[in-house]
Design a protein around this ligand. Structure first.
Ligand SMILES: *Cc1c(COP(=O)(O)O)cnc(C)c1O
Length: 331
């Protein structure tokens, strides 16, 4: 049984017509994780979608979002991309990679302290030629972003500022498109579990399920904020997607549940928990899959708990959507 929204056909046509940078080459693999399943004592069929294996810029979910946001910046005549995130932001690294391949400048506003010796994402930012400016707290990020844009304009440049995580309605289109990609590979899973924070990934997946008329339950696992605030962000992003897709955004946002799990944050953003350490170890030792402490290990820990407690029944198929972040292992 399928249940689509009014105008779904138009929405898919509009999506297909949106300009996109060619940085999400082909499909990312989907495969089973039979040894992890056995390690969990059986239960549902476990699939994994490997967005960690996107070749461009060390991969991850930000590549799908920036494929659209970067194409839009290019079309607008921009010569400078400015964005923000933590010192080890995956989004900042992919933005720097996009700027490098488009021949643009990149300015990153990082909250945190300048590392004495940059590692992992910070090291890649430097190799990619990005200019990094540091602010002390998350609260100072947006003002610094605007100040950097003003300065670039005074210098005669054409900057585009990209919000945190590229989680704009346009960026979220990357994951609407990804739902179609998944459906060309496998039957709709019963459940998708993924890490989500700024909301663009989940907004795209949820809207994508509605547009494709599948009943897959999408569970986003928070690494930082309360479920209610992330769910509000997701709803706002989906409403904003309406005009881009030629459908009623409010109808689209109400078409499927917005399900965020904030029970696996532990001691906070980037701080490993016992559950995330176990998930990281089990995925590596049984499947040679690497998850990161900040995002994907906590999401996988949530999936493992749902399997072990029978919340996801044994007859179900659950797909862990790996959103990347593996560079962070080297921080
Ligand atoms: C940014 C990021 C997320 C969160 O995705 P959002 O679209 O911002 O909600 C999840 N996992 C990884 C590895 C990320 O880098």
């Amino acid at each position: 049984m399928t249940r689509t929204i009014p105008g779904a056909r138009t929405a898919l046509d509009r999506l297909g017509a949106l300009p996109m940078l060619p940085i999400v080459a082909g499909q990312t693999p989907i495969h089973e994780m039979p040894r992890l399943r056995t390690a969990l004592g059986g239960g549902p069929t476990l699939l994994i979608k490997r967005d960690d294996a996107i070749p461009f810029g060390f991969g991850g979910n930000k590549v799908r979002k920036l494929a659209y946001v970067g194409a839009d910046a290019l079309a607008s005549g921009a010569d400078t991309l400015i964005t923000t995130g933590g010192v080890q932001s995956n989004h900042a690294r992919v933005t720097a990679a996009v700027a490098a391949t488009l021949g643009m400048r990149c300015v990153l506003i990082a909250n945190g302290t300048r590392p004495e010796r940059p590692t992992a994402n910070a090291l890649l930012d430097a190799l990619l030629g990005a200019e990094v400016r540091y602010v002390a707290s998350r609260e100072e990020r947006n003002a610094a972003l605007e100040a950097a844009a003003d300065q670039a304009r005074r210098d005669g440049r054409v900057p585009v500022t990209i919000p945190l995580g590229a989680s704009t309605p346009l960026g979220a289109m990357g994951y609407v498109r990804a739902v179609g990609e998944m459906l060309a590979q496998v039957a709709p899973p019963d459940v998708i579990v993924h890490a989500g924070s700024s909301g663009g990934t989940q907004a795209g997946l949820v809207a994508g399920c509605a547009i494709h008329g599948i009943e897959t339950r999408v569970i986003g696992v928070s690494p930082d904020d309360p479920a209610t605030s992330i769910a509000t962000r997701i709803r706002d992003i989906i409403v904003g997607m309406g005009p881009l897709l030629g459908v009623d955004g409010a109808v689209l946002a109400a078409a499927r549940p917005i399900d965020v799990n904030d029970a696996f944050i532990g001691d906070g953003y980037g701080v490993p928990s016992d559950a995330s350490r176990e998930a990281l170890q089990l995925a590596a030792r049984h499947e040679a899959v690497f998850v990161d402490n900040t995002y994907t290990a906590k999401a996988l820990a949530a999936l493992m708990a749902a399997v072990r407690t029978g919340q996801i029944p044994a007859a179900a198929t659950v797909l862990f959507w790996h959103t990347g972040g593996q560079v962070g292992i080297f921080a």
